[in-house]
Write a protein that binds this ligand. Sequence first.
Ligand code: HEM
Length: 399
Amino acid sequence: MTTIRLDRVPDALAALRNEHLAQSLYDEGAVVMADTLLTLHGDAHRQRRLLEFRVFRRSFFRYYETEVFPRALQEVLGPVVAGGSCDLVDFGYRITMNLTADFAGIDRPEKTAAETAALLRLVMTFSEGATLVHSTRDKEEVCREVRAALTELDVRFLQPSIARRQALLAQLERGEITEEELPRDVLTVLLRNEDRLELPPEVLRREIAFYLQAGSHSTANSTVHAMHQLFCWMAATPGGRERLLAEPLFLQRCVHESLRLNPASPVSWRKPLCPLKLADGTAVTPEDRVEIDLWTANRSPDIYGTDADQFNPERTVAAGHEPFGLTFGTGVHTCLGRDLDGGLLPRAGTDPANHQYGIITLLARALLEAGAIPDPARPPVRATHTARPNWGAYQVTFP
Ligand code: HEM
């Protein structure tokens, strides 16, 4: 097998949009990823995405951002600020665990920190299973742990969440409640299954497990990266904190710049379904792997300027390209959580008071408003359990 690495933006875009290249990063992680949206291809993918897309509408993101999220944020942030310090990695995971559970459709009836921690533990195990290809542990042992975690998810969280939704769907059928009273989440949409797709229980279980991890790791890590970039920028920019708080559109621009420099998944993998020629002329066959290097493509000087590898929120990005680069992918597998986390791109005349900023910008704003600064006594450390350049611990204080 030959690996063909693509790190130029036009080649990366063409590969991500090529219908003869299928997702392959999660082939080894089938124990949790088989038949999930991210690994489906062709018609099966199109149909599932259309069904689930019902949850990811912009009107709902706006509602979530203004009504649901601020309450969830305060529940976690309030005690943390009162305590005077926190680890941003832990904070990010706790807040995004609730966010992704809301979108996946997993109820947390106890609403306790212990319950969130239990869910998070399961999600960490799913994630280890999904990225089995990179694991240095005994792979069969990891698979056993993933199977046990899937069972625990099923018994403790999924079955009660299914039962509550099925009761509501029955009430809807009898005309006792309206559409608007149904939960707005992937599980409800899948149980209702208006498109009559084949969804055996084990596929439904893996799909929900996939959603729980798809949103939580990327959002949590991207938030910590954004805070680090903001802290560095503020240290070098007199009046920086005041500007970030006074100009929310500029803060969102900074978050997009951080997303460009720190893609949650530095690479995407694809396998050719037939012999074909890539945009750069390379001939590939089904035996080859196409590795799309998002991290390097996002630093292309011809698109982002000669200082492309630096954090510069004032940069001009070449027309037709996103300020956050390829971080959310493109083509049929474009991230469904993109607008939820990254918000909408402002246009000329956008009213800052009514803009949808995205969850990461809201988190950054809340932390800055609370006065967060890096703890000089406990400098941040990189994560050691993953090859990805994430933060393992990032202590901040609220003086
Ligand atoms: C900063 C945060 C996030 C980043 C950087 C990110 C990144 C990505 C990327 C790169 C892909 C495409 C992978 C590929 O083409 O191989 C993807 C797919 C996906 N993401 Fe995200 N994601 C984020 C947050 C979220 C959230 C919050 C959710 C859900 C609530 C979500 C749900 C999904 C789903 C469902 C897919 C699969 C789409 C499909 O295959 O059709 N993501 N994400």
